[in-house]
Write a protein that binds this ligand. Structure first.
Ligand SMILES: [Zn+2]
Length: 83
C-alpha cells in the first residue's frame, strides 16, 4: 500500500504509522456517564467495511499528521488531507 503524502508524494506504508480512527468524537468533560463514554471512545468500534477516516503519521518522512480516507476492505486510498 502506498500513501500519497501531500508534502512528499506517494510513499510506502512502512514510512507511516497508523494512529487512530479519525471518525470518532472525543467525549467532553462532565458527561453523565464519563467512564462509559471514555470506554466507548477508546475501545468500541463498529468495524464496518468501506471507507473510513484514519489518522496516519509520516514518521519516516516529513513528520506530518494526515487524515487518510481508506477503504478498509480493499485498502484503496481515496483521499489524503492535512488535519
Ligand atoms: Zn510526508
Amino acid at each position: 500500500m502506498r500513501i500519497p503524502c501531500p508534502h512528499c508524494g506517494a510513499r510506502g506504508v512502512e514510512e507511516f504509522l497508523y494512529t487512530q480512527d479519525a471518525g470518532v468524537t472525543r467525549p467532553k468533560d462532565g458527561g453523565a456517564e464519563p467512564t462509559k463514554e471514555w470506554t466507548d471512545y477508546v475501545y468500541m468500534r463498529d468495524n464496518l467495511k468501506g471507507p473510513r477516516k484514519e489518522y496516519w503519521y509520516h514518521s519516516a518522512g516529513c513528520h506530518a499528521w494526515l487524515v487518510v480516507t481508506r477503504d478498509v476492505s480493499t485498502h484503496e486510498i481515496l483521499k489524503v488531507e492535512l488535519p
